[in-house]
Design a protein around this ligand. Structure first.
Ligand SMILES: *[C@@H]1O[C@H](CO)[C@@H](O)[C@H](O)[C@H]1NC(C)=O
Ligand SMILES: *[C@@H]1O[C@H](CO)[C@@H](O)[C@H](O)[C@H]1NC(C)=O
Ligand SMILES: *[C@@H]1O[C@H](CO)[C@@H](O)[C@H](O)[C@H]1NC(C)=O
Length: 487
């Protein structure tokens, strides 16, 4: 195997100023059934909790139909944005923005099983280099992709990295890609990268290209909207700063936890309340939680998840869906979580995944992640995965401070961003918190308006405002897109 280049060159390539990236917005058909088992398997596998050794998914080289959408395995929703790969930078791809993994991959034009999405064509780029001939797999519990490690010029807005390592995928198990999504942009740390390539955002950060070493997400909610169309805007992703229109009050930053090198964005759950009452949960290293935009639901350790549902009257385990619980649909389940500081409330709509085993029972958004596993809870493996079910309720900020540690920050959403419940005081833990107001720390980045008409009818067309705003050269904002198939 040819080693990856040690020094990755960075440039800020000036894309044509008058040519903003119009991001196709995709929201999958609401009619698609939610595959609970696949969703749980996906998350369990990612965090090392695969229990029963499931048969290796069969890789398919020849054409297959889109039967099991990737987003089914990812849960019921995913959020994606765009990257440009190659020179000239005219090949644009929708990639899931995923703080729970560290590899960049996109589907190649040679991939027969990748569906009808945009595929990367190496022959149309002058900067493409294949650095390995080995097929490397990346597994997702109920699916797998495989490809070769390559380097290319990769850009998001006008952040650009030359010789960015990525996996050019030429095989996927059936249906791993859905709709217009062509791959994943991993936004966690390089230590957990399957390709061993330095993640795109870390290349930008270590070259001091980011105004502040932060990434921030606002994720929209359509779960409670029966009239949401197939295409909806997913919110906003800011690279190199935060966007003060999207949050109010202070951002509560919490230092990353966990032993060893930085891997996932790990915090430690300090408190959980259900219907206003504190539930006894494990804390400290036994409560490590990966903050993961690429996962839809919340998964937790067996005893804690059981204690949470025990606090909801009338709830029970769902035998047919191991790890899941259901509760009377008439109950508004109000759960809040703290990670060392304030308690952040989760909208009851996010906790309700829809009908369970009977018409009056509804499936809950927190499931048993560690079920049947004998992994030592103090091993450093996260026992919680905190996905979009939680993250839709806050403005979340991922801050790195190399070479020391980083932090994750949460803030209350602004009225513009749909607001969110006000945080309440939680049980204070140690001196780990560093709260800061960062709202004035950046200038105006680019705003890319969503393309579809459905989006502007709901959110108003923001396109008129973008041209007159000053544009920061070290911050990049994009509209991200929601894929939601469950409701
Ligand atoms: C980034 O792009 C914007 C507009 O496209 C431009 O005004 C700005 O100068 C660019 N920054 C750099 C560093 O190229
Ligand atoms: C990108 O540019 C190259 C070279 O100009 C051209 O051959 C190719 O067709 C373009 N591809 C797309 C997708 O526009
Ligand atoms: C902040 O986000 C809003 C909504 O997405 C957008 O209209 C605005 O341009 C963004 N501002 C900056 C500075 O990125």
């Amino acid at each position: 195997m040819v080693p990856l280049p040690v020094a990755t060159l960075l440039v800020l390539a000036a894309l044509t100023a008058a040519d903003p990236l119009h991001i196709p917005i995709t929201r999958r058909s609401p009619a698609r059934p939610f595959d609970y088992k696949a969703a749980a398997d996906f998350i369990r596998y990612r965090y090392g909790y695969s229990t029963a050794p499931s048969p290796k998914p069969k890789l398919q080289r020849r054409g297959s139909s889109l039967s099991l959408p990737f987003v089914n395995q990812d849960g019921d929703s995913s959020y994606f944005g765009t990257v440009n790969i190659g020179t000239p930078p005219n090949q644009t791809f929708n990639v899931i923005l995923d703080t729970g993994s560290s590899d960049l991959w996109v589907a190649a034009s040679t991939c027969q099983s990748c569906g009808s999405t945009q595929l990367f064509q190496p022959s149309q780029s002058t900067t493409f280099v294949q650095t390995s001939t080995h097929e490397i797999p990346i597994s997702y519990g109920s699916g797998q992709v495989a490809g070769t490690v390559c380097t290319e010029t990769v850009s998001m807005g006008n952040f650009s990295v030359q010789q960015q390592g990525f996996l050019l995928v030429d095989q996927t198990s059936s249906g791993l890609l859905v709709g217009s999504v062509s791959g994943i942009m991993g936004l966690a740390f390089g230590a957990i990268s399957s390709t061993q390539a330095v993640p795109f955002w870390q290349n930008l950060a270590s070259a001091n290209q980011l105004a502040t070493q932060e990434m921030a997400f606002w994720l929209t909610r359509f779960r409670d909207d029966r009239h949401a169309s197939e295409e909806e805007p997913g919110g906003s992703f800011t690279l190199g700063g935060t966007n003060s229109t999207l949050f109010q009050g202070e951002i509560e930053f919490i230092d990353l936890k966990g032993p060893g090198p930085l891997s996932f964005w790990l915090l430690s759950v300090s408190e959980v309340t259900v219907q206003g009452k504190t539930v006894k949960v494990a804390t400290g290293n036994a409560a490590l939680a990966a903050i993961d935009t690429g996962t839809t639901l919340i998964g937790g350790p067996t005893a804690d998840v059981e204690a949470i549902w025990a606090a909801v009257p009338g709830s029970s385990k769902i035998q047919e869906m191991p790890g899941y619980f259901e509760f009377p649909c008439s109950t508004q389940v109000q759960i809040s979580m703290a990670f060392g500081g304030q308690l952040w409330p989760i909208n009851p709509n996010d906790m309700n995944l829809g009908q369970g085993t009977t018409g009056t029972m509804c499936v809950g958004g927190i499931f048993d992640l560690t079920m049947g596993s004998d992994i030592d809870p103090n091993s450093g493996n996260p026992s919680w995965v905190v996905g979009d079910t939680f993250l839709k309720n806050v403005y979340s900020v991922y801050r790195s401070n190399p070479p020391s540690s980083g932090s994750v920050g949460f803030a209350q959403l602004s009225d513009f961003a749909g607001s969110s419940g006000a945080p309440q005081a939680g049980v204070k833990v140690g001196g780990a918190l560093s709260t800061a107001t960062v709202s004035a720390a950046f200038s105006q980045p680019l705003f890319f308006p969503p393309k579809c008409s459905a989006c502007s009818s709901r959110f108003g067309s923001p396109s008129g405002s973008s041209s007159s705003e000053p544009i920061a050269d070290t911050t990049y904002a994009m509209t991200i897109c929601a894929t939601d198939i469950s409701t």
